[in-house]
Design a binder for this molecule. Structure first.
Ligand SMILES: [Zn+2]
Ligand SMILES: [Zn+2]
Length: 165
């Protein structure tokens, strides 16, 4: 499945073919740190299909076998690069909903509260207005989750890079 994605600021963008049957979350301590999060959602990229269309990510060698790619400008975690292939951060896809995780790895390090996150109270962003009135006038500087000019080979609405909303 061909898809697009990139970092929060848009300096790093990619096109790749993902294998949705190999979407996962990883609880291992390495992934927690690399994502600054309590687990890492990743999906495997089909070999040879990943193309960086703008800047390349910077890499941190997190072990003797694995590198972690991230945007050098905004820090968004982007890749897990191992000898058997590359996986991309599901949250970095323009549409993360296309890669629902099918397995959990690294469960020896799972943080106990993670299993009950879905039971927490729910509140939408605008329901927070009384506590955070600045949200009313918020202007996003985040890349708008659409392919840019030159990224797609036919099909799909492309974004002129000077037209960030
Ligand atoms: Zn960035
Ligand atoms: Zn991991």
């Amino acid at each position: 499945m061909q898809c697009y994605g990139g970092c929060q600021c848009g300096a790093v963008r990619f096109v790749c073919d993902i294998d949705p049957e190999r979407a996962s979350i990883c609880h291992c301590r390495m992934c927690q740190k690399a994502f600054g999060n309590v687990f890492a959602p990743l999906v495997s990229v089909r070999e040879g299909t990943l193309r960086w269309t703008k800047a390349e990510p910077k890499r941190f060698q997190s072990s003797n076998v694995v590198k972690r790619g991230f945007c050098p400008d905004c820090g968004t975690p982007l890749t897990y690069e191992a000898p058997d292939g590359i996986a991309i951060a599901i949250g970095a896809l323009d549409d993360p909903s296309i890669a629902p995780p099918v397995i959990q790895y690294g469960t020896e390090a799972e943080i106990p509260f993670v299993a009950s996150l879905h039971t927490l109270p729910h509140r939408s962003t605008m329901e927070d207005l009384p506590a955070a009135p600045f949200l009313r006038d918020i202007v996003s500087y985040q890349h708008p989750d659409r392919p840019e000019k030159g990224e797609s080979q036919g099909g799909g609405k492309e974004l002129n890079t000077h037209q960030f909303e």
